[in-house]
Design a binder for this molecule. Sequence first.
Ligand SMILES: [Zn+2]
Ligand SMILES: [Zn+2]
Length: 310
Amino acid sequence: MTIDRRQFLAAAAASAASLAAQPGFEWGGPVLDIHLHLRPDPEMNFAHITGSGVTVAVLLTRVQDAAKAKALAEAHPGRFVWFASADVSNPANDALLSQAVRDGALGLGEIKNKVDCDGPEMKRMYALAADLNVPIQIHFGDVPQASGNAVFNGGFKRFDKMLKAFPKTKFIAHADTFWANVSADYQYDTAYPSGPIKPGGISDKWLSEYPHLWADMSANSCNNFLNRDPEFTEGFLARHQDKLIFGCDCPCADGRGGGTTNPNPRLHGNCIARETLAAARKMSQPEVFRKIRWENGAKLLGIASPTPVL
Ligand SMILES: [Zn+2]
Ligand SMILES: [Zn+2]
């Protein structure tokens, strides 16, 4: 079969277009962001991933907004997937979450309600996630924050009982109480403890002991952890290199820190995605950083690597 010049040029143009559509790999390869809250203006979501060098973002979407997440994923092929969330205190929402998964949601999250992490509501969610065979992403916040946050999924100290009781559930842990508890001396007195980490904390231990527990590296909470005690953190990133998944939870406008303020001086005026990717890259070997920025999350969610690969 021969190909004429017109066909050749058309094929070359199509190929160039698809390459041009690939994001630049600013971080050395593709990046999966497991924690981007769906923004009301669809293009603001796209602005954040392009500005921060993210390849694919998980849009954390309330079930009521499922159509918006789906539309965005269709408008930007290969750039967005989505998780679904709902108020877990109302069992009637379980059917909506199940429907969202049938409609393409790849996980339940972010689950953040004023309930206990081992109470009846969350037990129902852990069972539902296992039934649906999707991960559940949980905000653990035992310490009320200055911003007026209450306690969410409280009782983290007891969470190992849930890990034991729900071996088929894929748990993704997130937020301040999880990251503060990497240190064995956490006093539950502040959401963002500082200073050296005392080895042996429950979050570190449970990541080692439970194959169905992953960690979401988003937000001030993980960024704070990364910067507390770099020497300890290098070992932590290497030790849990198959369990750590990058995420941002960043509110900035453009993926470059625009339009945001942050009470943490290190993050003020900066994009959390960029700050956390830079810190993780600095504190890990290239193959570990590759797992953090892409492989672990892509494998957990079943997302194929874009070409050119890794
Ligand atoms: Zn959260
Ligand atoms: Zn940002």
